[in-house]
Design a binder for this molecule. Structure first.
Ligand code: UD1
Length: 434
């Protein structure tokens, strides 16, 4: 398995290009199954999760080829296979996004249950609730969700979709995709308002869907008999951008993020500014992030958009572990999502858990260590810690990072970091180190 070796002490400077959002491109790719004609998706990041989803989509009859780097052209060529196999689905939870398009377009879907993950139980009850509200008959059989549309078509309906932890991004995406081809009108209350849902909804409308209330918790959809094709450019990844913001803040750097949507990053920008980080919107999608003075501690909860995102929690904890004073981070979406804290503690961070909160007492310096990425964002948080730690940090299980950060070490090297990959294939490792 690959590992990343990071030398501490660099101050990040220069510019970095932000990629298309992982969490936007995945539902958009699944939505291409709904189209009768060709779709063209640009700004597609080259990520492991994207490659896996394309592989799953090909199995269910989607022809998908890159016309140029980052521009994918898709067309459904065979609608006979409606099963997403466990072997592929188990590697990526977002495969649940196949459920609605297959069901709404073909009248039947069989998708393996994705299972849990390191940050706790991840139920699918809201996905089922949303689709049942549209008349789907759903059973759980041998680890698969099997969904049928009576007489091959779904019916519009009303559904309140938020659960105990608030709105669900995935359940909103699935219900929304299904409603586009359902007969009649659908109202989704308690819909997720994440920019990635907005990106999906705008794409669906370009394909011929009729969705109103985009970006709000109430989505109103008038079903159409079919969707043609469509083109879209995937929105910038606000979590990738936030990760480099945290790294710039930690290292006392001065960087420019290119191709970002600051309007998608309000909570992150606000929290960083309150901590003493300079964040300037320079227009044209450029955000300058710099820090010269001391950082100040904070108290913050991770909540659904537009609040501070759970996907930035680990990177923020990393930053707070070198911020003088006591900070409190409360995770309201995934109360168990704190695996990175134990690894950061191995680097000298002072972090205590109390229920869904982490209490962080900033230390003057972390010390480089061998650490393990438990998930995607935890991996990025450990690399961030490595950038300011004394000595060398080796982050194991880099495949988590590869799921969601395009050209991670290349981008960091471009900003002045000393980081290289040690590949499990020796010749590859020598090539990369050189
Ligand atoms: C998406 C993101 C993930 C992010 C998360 C929360 C993608 C591919 N992944 O995941 O990066 O961390 O949103 O912003 O976009 N829940 C239920 N029942 C359900 C579904 C969810 O109770 O049927 C709960 C979850 O356990 C969690 C909360 O709802 O507590 C939000 O989860 P959800 O928004 O669905 O997350 P995902 O869509 O899986």
């Amino acid at each position: 398995m690959d590992k990343l070796v990071v030398e501490g002490g660099a101050t990040l400077s220069g510019s970095v290009q932000i990629s298309g959002a992982k969490n936007a491109v995945l539902p958009i790719l699944a939505a291409t199954l709904l189209a009768d004609r060709q779709c063209v998706i640009s700004n597609v990041p080259n990520l492991k999760d994207v490659r896996t989803l394309i592989e799953i989509l090909r199995e269910v009859g989607l022809e998908a080829e890159f016309r140029s780097p980052g521009t994918l052209v898709t067309k459904v060529v065979d609608e006979s296979n409606c099963t997403a196999r466990y072997e592929l689905v188990s590697t990526m939870r977002a495969s649940i996004y196949l459920l609605a398009p297959l069901l709404a377009k073909r009248g039947y879907a069989k998708v393996s249950l994705p299972g849990g993950c390191v940050f706790g139980l991840r139920p699918v009850d809201l996905h089922v609730k949303g689709l049942e509200a549209l008349g789907a008959e759903i059973t759980l059989e041998h680890g698969y969700i099997v969904a049928r549309a009576p007489k091959g078509r779904l019916q519009g309906g009303y559904v309140y979709l938020a659960g105990p932890m608030g709105s669900s991004v995935g359940a909103t995406a699935n219900t929304l995709m299904a409603a586009c081809l359902a007969d009649g009108k659908t109202v989704i209350e308690g819909a997720a308002c994440e920019p990635e849902i907005t990106d999906l909804a705008l794409f669906l409308n370009r394909m011929g869907a009729t969705i109103e209330g985009i970006g709000t918790p109430t989505l109103k959809i008038t079903g159409v008999p079919s969707l043609r094709g469509g083109a879209t450019r995937v929105c910038p990844d606000r979590i990738e951008a936030g990760t480099y913001m945290a790294m710039a803040a930690m290292t006392g750097g001065d960087i420019r993020l290119h191709d970002v949507r600051p309007d998608h990053m309000g909570a992150q920008i606000d929290v960083f500014r309150a901590m003493g980080v300079t964040v300037e919107d320079e227009g044209q999608g450029v955000l300058r992030v710099a820090r010269s003075g001391p950082l100040t501690p904070t108290r913050i909860s991770m909540l659904p958009y537009p609040c501070f995102p759970t996907d930035m929690q680990a990177q923020l904890v990393s930053l707070l572990s070198v911020t003088p004073g006591m900070s409190v981070v409360t995770e309201r979406i995934y109360p168990e999502r704190f695996m990175h804290c134990a690894e950061l503690s191995r680097m000298g961070a002072q972090i205590h858990r109390e229920g869904p909160s982490a209490i962080i007492c900033g230390v003057e310096q972390l010390s480089g260590a061998e650490v393990m990425a438990s998930d995607l964002r935890a991996g990025a948080a450990l690399v961030a810690a490595g950038l300011v730690a004394k000595g060398t940090t080796t982050v194991h299980r880099v495949y988590h990072i590869d799921r969601g950060y395009e050209n991670f070490e290349e981008k960091l090297t471009g900003l002045g970091a000393t980081i290289f990959r040690v590949s499990s294939t020796p010749s590859e490792s020598i090539k990369r180190a050189a």
